[in-house]
Ligand binder design. Structure first.
Ligand code: GLN
Length: 210
């Protein structure tokens, strides 16, 4: 019998496989979830990168919005990368009018915020709670956090100059990793770089909540 917590990865759309691999590499049991009955029993949930409007629509089609909102409101640990950050935010700017929010993070995010200058941007970022040097952050049509409530801890912000000297433009200084209680989100994709430290941080939160 395996013991210890199980983390689900919401498997409606997006980079599900990469998150499953990153969680397993950090020693977690990880399973794809797409039904309410599966969401009921996981000890934590990752919402992957992908397309938040598509995931939002599918959450509605499969009647997952309410079960998921209820579990997040009840304190289930959740981690969202990129599109996942958008879904966890309480408010989205530049979203689709019918786009649904899961809540959990008292933040206003701007969707495709980096896309106004460049479609993607990379930089090394110091992330609070991640030891051993900066994290390589890959932003792909990423959001940023435009406003964060008092209970939200900013874990990382975009530096004023990128690691290769790129000008981040209006992204400079924007919060791109946040935590509120058991809910964590990054605008970037640690699941794509082989650096497991952000998933390890989330694994710690899941173990601590269990
Ligand atoms: N732009 C996408 C959205 O709005 C997010 C992109 C991503 O997850 N890489 O959901």
């Amino acid at each position: 019998m395996e013991s210890g917590p199980t983390v689900g990865v919401l498997a409606l759309q997006g980079d599900v496989r990469e998150h499953l691999a990153a969680l397993r590499a950090s020693g977690m049991r990880a399973v794809p979830v797409r039904r309410a009955s599966e969401i009921e029993v996981v000890d934590g949930l990752v919402i992957p990168g992908g397309e938040s409007t598509t995931m939002s629509r599918l959450l509605g089609v499969f009647d997952l919005l309410e079960p998921l909102r209820a579990r997040i409101a009840d304190g289930m640990p959740a981690y969202g990368s990129c599109a996942g950050m958008i879904l966890l935010a309480s408010e989205v700017l530049d979203g689709r009018p019918d786009q649904q929010q899961l809540g959990g993070l008292d933040v206003v995010v701007r969707r495709n915020a980096f896309g106004r200058q460049v479609d993607s941007f990379e930089s090394d970022l110091d992330v609070v709670g991640v030891e051993g040097g900066p994290v390589r952050a890959v932003f792909i049509r990423a959001p940023w956090v435009e406003k964060a409530g008092a209970d939200v801890e900013v874990l990382a912000s975009v530096p004023s100059v990128g690691s290769e000297g790129q000008d981040p433009g209006a992204a400079a200084g924007r919060a791109v990793a946040v935590r509120q209680g058991n809910v964590v989100a990054t605008a970037f994709h640690p699941e794509l770089t082989g650096d497991g430290r952000v998933h390890a941080l989330f694994a710690e939160i899941v173990r601590g909540a269990g």
